[in-house]
Ligand binder design. Structure first.
Ligand code: DGL
Length: 269
């Protein structure tokens, strides 16, 4: 049994990389639904159906625990999956909560009432579907009061990254940051609320300026996963490490190898 890591495409590799570094003994199966990326411009029903199909494939690959390393799926589908779809002997977790817990300086699983936190003005960069879901604001409201969130839907960035067009991705990041700054001139923190965006972290930081603290998910999710596996040792397995894609394995392998700077070989899902 392995831990499944799912994303619409390559973004979840940022989470996988951190998880491998944190948990070198844990086997992972990564699934990229490249044939259907990007998810961020799809309807919630569509994202739910695609995510369930992909997670079923990871269950078949022997994963009893699957991390949706995709904010769009976490925002648009996870709650519905947990309430009505996930079998009793399986677990599906998202990437939102660890990020919000870090932002609000809470321990994992702290259920105390919401309270004031250090950050007051937060810029959220995410896909159109994640922004439309308002899931981030909802989860934040459970934990913090007095935080002003301005969300910027970053159309086009995921497509550019999936196509390997980093010049376009960088230009889009700059224009989305400018659009955000017109609505919120001085954020104190910025959330990279899409697992593709850490691949552009330097561009976000440069455009925002050095005074803005940029939160990205990979290491936070890896820490939460380590904590979860400590508390649920039955979910910790042994086995192979596999990379699956619904797209063209050669093309996806080339991009993944470029991003992780080591040879990654995808197979057809
Ligand atoms: N990495 C996904 C996320 O975190 C990208 C979504 C997409 O495919 O648009 O939201």
């Amino acid at each position: 049994m392995a831990v499944g890591i799912f994303d619409s495409g390559l973004g979840g590799l940022t989470v996988l990389q951190a998880a491998e570094a944190r948990l070198p003994e844990v086997p992972f199966v990564y699934l990229a639904d490249s044939a259907h990326a990007p998810y961020g411009v799809r309807t919630a029903d569509d994202i739910f159906d695609l995510t369930c199909t992909a997670v079923t494939r990871l269950f078949e690959a022997g994963c009893n625990l699957v991390i949706l390393a995709c904010n769009t799926a976490s925002a648009a589908a996870l709650r519905r999956m947990q309430e009505s779809w996930v079998p009793a002997d399986k677990r599906v977790l998202g990437v939102f909560v660890p990020l919000i817990e870090a932002l609000t300086e809470r321990q994992w699983g702290d259920n105390s009432p919401p309270r004031e936190v250090d950050v007051k003005h937060v810029a959220l960069f995410a896909t159109p579907a994640t922004v439309a879901s308002r899931a981030f604001q909802r989860e934040l409201a459970f934990r913090a009061i007095g935080v002003d969130v301005e969300a910027q839907a970053c159309g086009g960035v995921v497509d550019a990254i999936e196509d390997g067009d980093m010049i376009l991705a960088e230009a889009l990041v700059r224009s989305h940051v400018e659009a955000l700054q017109r609505k919120m001139p001085e954020p104190d923190a910025a959330i990279l609320g899409c697992t593709h965006y850490p691949l552009m972290q330097t561009s976000f930081q440069n455009a925002l300026g050095e005074n803005v603290r940029v939160f990205s998910q990979a290491s936070l999710v890896a820490d939460s996963l380590a904590d979860y596996l400590d508390r649920h040792p039955d979910m910790r397995g042994t086995g192979a490490r596999d990379f699956l894609t619904t797209g063209d394995p050669r093309r996806v392998s080339d991009r993944a190898t470029q991003f992780l700077r080591r040879q990654i070989t995808f197979q057809s899902a």
